[in-house]
Design a binder for this molecule. Sequence first.
Ligand code: NAD
Length: 497
Amino acid sequence: MSMSTRTEWEVRAASIDIEGRAFVNGEYVSATSNATFECISPIDGSVLALVASCDSADADLAVASARSAFESGAWSRQAPAERKATMLRFSELLRTHSEELALLETLDMGKPISDSLSVDLPGSIDSIRWCAEAIDKIYDEVAATSVDQLGLVIREPVGVVAVIVPWNFPLMMASWKLGPALAAGNSVVLKPSERSPLTAIRIAQLALEAGLPAGVLNVLPGYGHTVGKALALHNDVDTLAFTGSTQVAKQLLIYAGQSNMKRVWLEAGGKSPNIVFADAPDLQAAAEAAAAAIAFNQGEVCTAGSRLLVQASIKERFVPMVVEAMKSWKPGHPLDPSTNVGAMVDKRHLDGVMQHIEEGQAQGARLLLGGRIAQVEVGGSYVEPTLFDNVSNSMKIAQQEIFGPVLSVIEFDEAEDAVRIANDTPYGLAAAVWTCDLSRAHTMARALRAGSVWVNLYDGGDMTAPFGGYKQSGNGRDKSLHAFDKYTEIKATWIQL
Ligand code: NAD
């Protein structure tokens, strides 16, 4: 991690060259309408750049460029080992541009620079590298037939993939999809969030520099209801891979049904339970993890541990430990390397978070910590990490994804109660269990309806573990070899010998 000071980052920020145009067929271009929108930094409300505001005309151009690159075979028919080499160069370029990309990410969406450097960039680079390394090690299958027949089961790229991503981990969410989609030979049209378009725009050039043929990766910044919708309704997009809210995810399923029934893969919201039993191996570690699970990335994390389920017998002792642990998470200037809580992505989102906090109090939850806007003098949008006690699982703050640093403590008596409460939301993204009892850990892990279950830690895993949701948290999996399922069709060829 870089040791630069806040002043050094600010100097770099002042002179950073920001590209705001779309990237189509290997070139930066303005939106066909010439429209732009202001890209505003939540750090202090300043305008960073004017960014191309793409619409359906741009979607048509980018999809056509992706299709023609795909049909040309320049990428799609390359040997996997050749694609691997290009993508390894791409990951290496991301690595050598880590500081620049981390700075863009922090300026654009307000997360602490130390997180951009230690989480977002390594996570993004890993995804591209891991998928590159995997692609020439995945074999097709020969079916178990009689000797006079031959059954081949072959994976083929799906064609044109539209990738629509959110703003909380802009580059990393994009990379979880670009890695497997590109490695498998597809062409991609990437639409970043209108709240965080800058790193996506920048990496398109790096991919080209690495040797990715023009048209294989296109980037269209713009709004969801314009260019996002146009991609989702496009009849020449074969697969749509999305990360974002459950509300938009449902809309995308409708668009697919209204158009060409494109495959739709969804990573959506969460309201993840973090369950602490009295026999947790280390309550102090559990308290610190509970604080990090809600305060990291300002709570703008799909897997945020937003519901802390605590066994009644330890609640009185444990909750003050969590309060203490949360005090070490303080909103500060995102370019200060010691800051661990940055700015909320924008004022609108801040208002939403504050409204949830008011509702929690109105519904009778007990505010033990935080609850206020912070760093008012900076002119951005900051909120104090907030903890509510005496929350019942039916309250709005326990049911709705707040996407901010707001933790609800819910008491339970027995393991069955914990399971019932944990599973009682529309979501099923992740869950954690703290216990020394091996049998209970496994029983709980099976009973929890969630795509990821962590035992005696919060938020574990790397590229080897699949990531995704049950229920309304989505379908399909990012990361691991399972991610390739989203970006490949399976063809059965049956031959009579
Ligand atoms: P969002 O759903 O508002 O937006 C996500 C993307 O969809 C953006 O690029 C947006 O422009 C686009 N979009 C919006 N409306 C659209 C439409 N009608 N048609 C096509 N595209 C449209 O989500 P957000 O506020 O950017 O991100 C926060 C959400 O993302 C949270 O719910 C969070 O849980 C979720 N998330 C999930 C994961 C996961 O892996 N499960 C990871 C990160 C974030």
